[in-house]
Ligand binder design. Structure first.
Ligand code: E4P
Length: 214
C-alpha cells in the first residue's frame, strides 16, 4: 500500500519523505488555506519531493474544472488533478482520461459514487472514512465494499483511503487491500512509535554504559 501525506505544508512533506516511506501528497482547499502560502508554488515544491501530488480544482462547473485541469496538469508531471464527485466532476474525469491528465476523485462517500468515478476514468478515487465515522457511519465498511467491487472488475483506478484519523485506520485499510492511504502529519508521526521500542532503547543504552565502565 502506498502512503501519502495529507497536508499543504512543504516542511512536513520534506520530513516524512526523508524517512523513505512517502509515495505522494494530497492537498485540498482547506489545507492550502490553513498554510496561507501560494498554491502553485506549494504544489511545485511538493512535486520535487514526491511522484504524486493532488491539486484540487475549485470550479464547480465542467467548463471551469476543465480549464483548471488543463492548467494544473501543465505545472508538473507529478500533478494529479483532484476533482469533486459530482456529475460535473464525472464529465471532467472523462475529459481528463481522454486527454491523459491524471485525476483523483475526492469526496466519495458511497460505493455507487466510487463505481461511477472509476467508470468515468478516474485514476484514483478517495473515499473519506473519518467523515463517515464522524457522522455515525462505518467508514471502513465502505472501503470493504469498494474493494469487493474492485475485485470483480478490472478498473485502472486506485482506491485511496482518505480522511484517516488514527493509526488503526491505516492498518485496517492495508488489510483490506486498499492501494493508497493518505494520512495527516500528526497521525503519520505516531506510526513509527511504540513504548516498548523506547523502553528497549533505554535499556540497551543503560546496559552499554555498564560495559563501557568495565
Ligand atoms: C483527502 O484527499 C482529503 O484531503 C482529506 O483526507 C480530508 O480529510 P478530513 O476529513 O480530515 O478533512
Amino acid at each position: 500500500m502506498k502512503l501519502f501525506l495529507d497536508t499543504a505544508n512543504v516542511d512536513q512533506v520534506a520530513e516524512i519523505a526523508s524517512w523513505g516511506v512517502l509515495d505522494g501528497v494530497t492537498t485540498n482547499p482547506s489545507l492550502v488555506a490553513k498554510e496561507g502560502k501560494d498554491f502553485k508554488e506549494t504544489v511545485l515544491k511538493m512535486c520535487e519531493l514526491v511522484p504524486c501530488v493532488s491539486a484540487q480544482v475549485t470550479a464547480t462547473d465542467f467548463e471551469g474544472m476543465k480549464k483548471q485541469a488543463d492548467e494544473y496538469s501543465k505545472w508538473h508531471k507529478h500533478v494529479y488533478v483532484k476533482v469533486p464527485m459530482t456529475t460535473e466532476g464525472l464529465k471532467t474525469l472523462k475529459y481528463c482520461r481522454e486527454k491523459g491528465i491524471r485525476t483523483n476523485t475526492t469526496l466519495i462517500f458511497s460505493a455507487a459514487q466510487a463505481l461511477l468515478a472509476a467508470k468515468a476514468g478516474a485514476n484514483i478515487i478517495s473515499p473519506f472514512i473519518g467523515r463517515l465515522d464522524d457522522a455515525g457511519q462505518d467508514g471502513m465498511a465502505l472501503i470493504a465494499e469498494i474493494m469487493e467491487i474492485w475485485s470483480h472488475n478490472d478498473f485502472d483506478c486506485e482506491v485511496l483511503v482518505a480522511s484517516t484519523r488514527h493509526p488503526r485506520h491505516i492498518i485496517d485499510a492495508a488489510m483490506l487491500g486498499a492501494h493508497i492511504c493518505t494520512i495527516p502529519y500528526d497521525v503519520f508521526t505516531k506510526l513509527p512509535k511504540h513504548p516498548l521500542t523506547d523502553a528497549g532503547i533505554e535499556k540497551f543504552m543503560k546496559d552499554w554504559e555498564s560495559v563501557k565502565k568495565k
